[in-house]
Design a protein around this ligand. Structure first.
Ligand SMILES: [Zn+2]
Length: 275
C-alpha cells in the first residue's frame, strides 16, 4: 500500500495537463496483482478513469469508494517546500509530497480496502463500486463529468464516500463533510452516517462524528444533483498537525497511520453497511 502511494506521488499528475493514465495504469496493475479486475475508460489522450465493482446479491443500497482523483494541484511555491514535492520522501512516519493529502492517500486506502474486501470473499447486498478519476483539480471534464456523460450507470449509486473528512476537531470528535459551501449538501442524519460512525468507533472507541461543510468544491458536485448521498469520510492519525493538511499548500504530507486507519474504516464501513 505504501509503495502504491509513493508511486502515485512520483507520477506527478499535475493538472493541467494531468497525464493521469500513468497512475490509472499503476492502480490497474496493483489491483490485478491482487486478483481484482478493473475497467479503464480513456477519456482523452493520456487521461482516464478506473472502475471496479463487487456486485451485490440484491436487496441493499449500493456504496461507492470515490470518486477518488489521482490528479494533483500545481506546486505554486516550490521554494516553500522542505523536500522535492514529487519525491515521496518518508520522514518521521509521514510521506511527503504534492497530492499526498489531497487525495492520493485516500485513493490508495480505497484501492487497498476494495482489494481486501475482494480477498475476504465479501459478498455485499448492494454493489460496492470503486471509482478512480482524473481531472478533479481542473474542471472534471475528463473525469467524473465525463463518466457521468458517458457511463452514468457507474456513478449513479446510492451512497458515496470520498474526500474530505476524518480529521480530529476536538478530542473524541472526528469530522465528516456533508456538503460544499455554495453547493448542494447531503442529509446529516443518514443510515450511512451512522455506519460511518460505527466504523470510526471500531478504531477509536467512543469517538463521535461531527458534520462540517467543505470550504471548496469536490467531484461530489456532480453526484449530489443525481440524488447520491455523498460524504467526506476517512480517519486521520489524531497527531496530524493542521499544517500537513493544507490543501494545495507546501509541505503537504500524510502520516502512514492515516493511510492505514482510512483503509480500515473503509473496510469496516462496507462490511457493516452492505452486509
Ligand atoms: Zn481533492
Amino acid at each position: 500500500m505504501i509503495e502504491l502511494l509513493s508511486e502515485l506521488i512520483r507520477n506527478s499528475c499535475v493538472n493541467p495537463p494531468g497525464g493521469e493514465m500513468r497512475s490509472i495504469n499503476a492502480i490497474r496493475r496493483y489491483l490485478r496483482r491482487r486478483g481484482v479486475d478493473s475497467v479503464v475508460y480513456e477519456s482523452a489522450p493520456g487521461r482516464g478513469n478506473l472502475v471496479a465493482r463487487i456486485p451485490g446479491t440484491g436487496g441493499g443500497p449500493g456504496l461507492m469508494f470515490g470518486p477518488g482523483h489521482v490528479d494533483v494541484a500545481p506546486v505554486e511555491k516550490p521554494d516553500a517546500w522542505e523536500v522535492d514535492p514529487f519525491s515521496a520522501v518518508m520522514r518521521d512516519g509521514y510521506m511527503w509530497g504534492r497530492g499526498s493529502h489531497d487525495m492520493l492517500f485516500m485513493v490508495t486506502a480505497h484501492v487497498q480496502a476494495f482489494a481486501d474486501l475482494r480477498g475476504l470473499g465479501f459478498t455485499p447486498r448492494g454493489d460496492l463500486t470503486l471509482l478512480v478519476v482524473c481531472d478533479e483539480e481542473d474542471e472534471g471534464t475528463f473525469g467524473t463529468g465525463w463518466m457521468l456523460d458517458n457511463h452514468p450507470e457507474v456513478v449513479q449509486v446510492d451512497y458515496a464516500v470520498s474526500e474530505a473528512g476524518g480529521w480530529l476537531r476536538e478530542p473524541g470528535e472526528i469530522v465528516f463533510t456533508y456538503g460544499e459551501s455554495g453547493g448542494d449538501s447531503s442529509p446529516v442524519e443518514s443510515g450511512v452516517v451512522a455506519a460511518m460512525e460505527r466504523a470510526v468507533r471500531m478504531e477509536m472507541p467512543g469517538a463521535a462524528l461531527v458534520p462540517e461543510i467543505m470550504p471548496g468544491k469536490t467531484d461530489f458536485k456532480f453526484l449530489r444533483p443525481l440524488g447520491v448521498e455523498c460524504y467526506g469520510f476517512g480517519l486521520y492519525d489524531p497527531d496530524t498537525p493542521p499544517s500537513a493538511r493544507m490543501v494545495h499548500g507546501p509541505n503537504e504530507r500524510v502520516s502512514l497511520k492515516t493511510l492505514e486507519l482510512t483503509r480500515r474504516v473503509c473496510v469496516h464501513l462496507a462490511m457493516d453497511f452492505l452486509k
